[in-house]
Every structure is written in C-alpha cells, then in structure tokens.
Design a protein around this ligand. Sequence first.
Ligand code: SF4
Length: 422
Amino acid sequence: MKTFTHATQDTNAERYEIDTYPSASSVLQNSSMPPAPLLPEKAFRSHAPGYWKDANVREEDWNSAQWQLKNRVTTLEGLEKHLVLSQEERAGVLLSGNKLGMAITPHFFNLIHPTDPDCPIRRQVVPRIEETFEDPDEMADPCGEDSHMPVPGLVHRYPDRVLFLVTDRCASYCRYCTRSRVVSGVGEQELHTEFEAAFRYLEKHTEVRDVLLSGGDALLFSDSKLEGILKRLRAIPHIEFIRIGSRIPIFLPQRITPQLCEMLAKYHPLWMSVHTNHPRELTTEVKVALERLANHGIPLGNQSVLLRGVNDDAAVMKSLVQKLLMCRVRPYYLYQCDLIQGSSHLRASVSKGVDIIEQLRGHTTGYAVPQFVIDAPGGGGKVPVNPDYVMLKDEQRVLIRNYEGKVFEYPEPSFQPVELAV
Ligand code: SF4
C-alpha cells in the first residue's frame, strides 16, 4: 500500500508505514513478563491515503494544510461516497445544517469506520437527527459566555484571565461544540470580534495576566495574521501568559509546520491546549505535529470531552491518556459535556466520568490523570469533580481509602508550642 511521508519540510522526516508495529500476539509470545492488558488502539498508525487511495493525490498535496482544507467533506454526497450512512445520520446531515456546519478534513475522515454508525470518530463529526431534538435543560450558550463579554469576542469571566474568540471557523466541526451558536457561521448568532477594542480593553485591564486564544481555531489563521495578534498581546506588559486552544494538531496536523512553530516560539511563554477524545485520533501524523510543537518549547495539555459512545469507557480513556504522554502532552481536563442544544445523545453521566477517573487514578501514571470538571451551567466556571477518597474527617484524623479500596488513617498534627521556663 502507498504510504505518505508526513511533514515534507523536516530534514529528518520519518517515513511512517501502516501496520509497522509488531502484532500483539508476537509481543506476548516473546515476552517473559506477564502481559500488560491490551488497551484499545494504543498503536500509532497512519491512515493515509485511506479513502483517497484511488484519487492519485500527490504526496505534497496530501501533506499540505491548504489541500486538506480545500478537500474537506462538507456534503451528504461527499459522505456517501465513502460511508454507508444510517437513517439517523442521513436525516441529521439534511436537517441539522442550519445549526452547525459539517466539515471533515480528509486526514480525520480516514479514521471513520465505513459502515458502523457507532464508530467513535464518526459520532464526533457526522451529524445525527438527535441534534434537532430539544431538551429543556439545554442552552445555546451553556457556559454563559455572552453575558461576560465586555467587548465582542472577548470573554472576561475569571479575575485574571480572558478568553479571546478570534475566529468562528475550525478545520472540522465537532457535533458537541460548546460554541455551536456561533462556530461555523451557519447558526443563529454571528461572531464579530472587535480586535482593536479588545486590545484596548486588555491594555486598560492590568489585572489580566493570561489570554487564551480560541474560537473557532486560531491556528486556521495564516502565520502572519496570527503573529500580528501575538505581537500585539506581547506588547502589553502585564500579559504574562498566552495560551492557544486548538484542535488543529488533531484535525489538520499538516498545519503544524516548522515555520509556524518557529513563529510561535518567539512569543513564549506560550502554551497550547489541544483537544482529543479517542486514542484513534492520535495518529503518526498527529504525533509528529505534537512533538514538533513540544520541540519548540510549547508545553502541551489536552482537553477531552466525555462523550457517550466515544470515550465513556475506562479502557478507552486509559489508552488515550497513555498515548498523550507518549506525544509529550499532559492530559489536563476531562469535561462533562456542556448542556449544548441537541447534545443529549452524546452526553454521558457525571457518575461515568467519576468512575473513569477512579479507574485511572493509581492505576496509571499520575501525570496521565486529567481533572474531571463540570463547567457550571450558566457561567459558574469550572468545578472539579472527584471520586471521594476521604471517608471520614475530624479534628484528630482523616480516614482515607486508596485506589485499591484499602483504608488508612492519617493523624492530624497535634503540635503544641513548647512553653520555655525562663
Ligand atoms: S474544534 Fe473546538 S471550537 Fe471547533 S467545533 Fe470543535 S469544539 Fe468547537
């Protein structure tokens, strides 16, 4: 099968081949150690050119972000060229298009199973009729961002940091997007970010030390446009810390070029929060992109959304968080899915999220365990939700249980100051 070299501009570009990893059975046969449990989709794979194998795409085109964006799957015909759709999906594509647009990059599309509507990748990006169902608990703006916007496009909800919505476009669209009211440009609201007014607000508000660029996806901008924003922010002395929230390293790893990374590295401290939900999303191309960002000194964290039928399974999450560490990404947050309109088919229960954290904590590397949070509906901010490890607490002691269920007592300090007889 034809393979593509990712990131042609790297002098040390590696050639990744499909299925180059040893089979699980050969590893088990050759090992004298007790076999570790096999986790789902733990290997890094390239799926290129996949569905495009008969299209004779040139390697340099496949590896170009522009080609990937131009060839996104955006129509029912485009989906049906490769996938057998269920009735729910077909109706979803036809009826949900005025809420959130559909777009899937060829790179990400290749991860979708052709016939299984329950494929965890498919559930994230292919619309379903359930998106048109109305649940009275759901909201257009579940995090209350619009009511905390002093300037169009700038959300100031926490004391020392702001969310700067710089665009409403993404490389592909997630069906559970918290900002589906504005993202993709087809919903009821439009985003009209006032950049100059936002910069002036930030210059005046000396309490703001942390700016998160999001949207939409800021990495869709050209290098020069993005650099213009970063340069302007860096000229504000009290802004200590800049973050970019992006799903582009996952949807469009071809965008993470050496030139982009060199430009970003001029604006340190600059951190990036990526967004991935399922271990299959961590392909060889994505790993190269994430490593390139890390090699340019950009600390990486991951935000996942707990989604029914995608990652509401401890083994799947364990595989994801372990793969993230291998890509030098620290799992940061696991979000309870916000109460977005038309998301009830994708929302898992809070107790499922707690259960997953319980099955990670102590059972794998501490760095791999994200913080499970609920973004309090209506704008209350992120609230951590944890398994209950403290069984009893009084002035003398704390009774705790560990990850194996064993109970321990920790005595509180009984320090009394010594009275010196002088
Ligand atoms: S990448 Fe982020 S902003 Fe864009 S659709 Fe997905 S969740 Fe929404």
